[in-house]
Design a protein around this ligand. Structure first.
Ligand code: ATP
Ligand code: MG
Length: 300
């Protein structure tokens, strides 16, 4: 949607970073002085129901960047950071602090056109698909599962990464083989399931359930290695639940850790046509507090 477009930060442009691309939440910059690299800057923008909302959530870009870096550090898989401190140590000219805290300097990879989704629980679009076919992305599941149930084991349910602005589309593993070949398709599935297993064990020790997540991988053009890219295990790319609320079984048990406040408010105040109404300050503040709580629980 048009509201995704945002101008580049003039301070970065003064440092010769050109604004290459604006996602709903993040901006990508390139520089001739940093060949083979890209600067990914997370904003405070928040999106729900495919719309960028107004206003943003103060501190969100910095918090989600911190969370991504914390996970990269813990996961046993090659990642796209160009150096230490979010890759920024590899920069010759440092960034202003308020940009540095939400920026990552990454190796530019040849990205696979696949969103590597892993689900440990049956919920959302997985639950919808299961009700129709008792399967998700071609994976047959046991009968009698309910919304939010833990799966017997995590499943890999890839999606085709549609060009900008289009809806991603769930595909079968066989379709990923057609897209990237047998060897890479198999490697992507194995890496995704392994990293998901590592991450959900870490989250669980902290009373947080990692219900599902989306990874993106690319190939490092210099080493040829399959490399974990993008943001990783943030609350924008993952569904986190509070383990205690889940176990208690109330109606909030499947509320995602952070954005649910925004989603619930919007569902009650907007008919999903046209532009969403501005979020009231109280909703913004409660959402910001929820982001802070998630990162404190995980990284404490
Ligand atoms: P949306 O707004 O729906 O999220 P998007 O995924 O295209 O759209 P962003 O997530 O904001 O937008 O942008 C990040 C983009 O950068 C993605 O297209 C992602 O695949 C790409 N990307 C992430 N890491 C790398 C990397 N190391 N090299 C090259 N491209 C990357
Ligand atoms: Mg994205």
């Amino acid at each position: 949607s048009a509201d995704a477009a945002s101008a580049g930060d003039p301070r970065l442009e003064a440092l010769r970073w050109r604004h290459e691309y604006a996602g709903k939440v993040r901006d990508l910059y390139l520089s001739d002085a940093e060949p083979g690299r890209a600067l990914v800057v997370a904003s405070d923008r928040v999106s729900a129901f495919d719309h960028v909302l107004d206003p943003g959530i103060p501190g969100k870009g910095a918090l989600l960047t911190r969370l991504s870096l914390w996970w990269f550090d813990r996961l046993d898989v090659p990642n796209h950071l160009a150096g230490s401190r979010g890759g920024l140590d590899a920069l010759s000219t440092p960034l202003p602090p308020d940009l540095a805290e939400r920026a990552m300097l990454v190796k530019r990879l040849d990205m696979f056109p696949i969103e590597a989704v892993v689900r440990g629980y049956l919920v959302g679009s997985g639950w919808a698909e299961y009700q129709e076919s008792q399967s998700v992305c071609g994976i047959r599941l046991p009968a009698g599962l309910s919304n939010g149930d833990r799966l017997p084991e995590p499943i890999y349910t890839p999606a085709y990464k549609a060009p900008h602005g289009m809806h991603d589309e769930n595909i079968t593993f066989a379709q990923t083989v057609e897209l990237v070949g047998e060897a890479d398709a198999t490697a992507l599935r194995e890496l995704s399931l392994r990293v998901f297993g590592e991450a959900s064990a870490i989250a669980e020790q902290r009373g947080v359930i990692l219900a599902d997540t989306k990874f993106e991988f690319g190939r490092d053009p210099s080493s040829g290695e399959i490399t974990l890219a993008d943001e990783v295990l943030t609350s924008d790319s993952s569904r986190y639940w509070d383990a205690e609320a889940y176990a208690a079984g109330g109606e909030n048990r499947l509320d995602s850790f952070d954005k649910q406040i925004v989603r619930n408010w919007l569902a009650a105040h907007w008919d999903k046509h046209g532009t969403p109404p501005p979020l009231p300050p109280e909703i913004v503040e409660r959402t910001a507090a929820r982001y802070r709580e998630l990162i404190e629980r995980l990284t404490a």
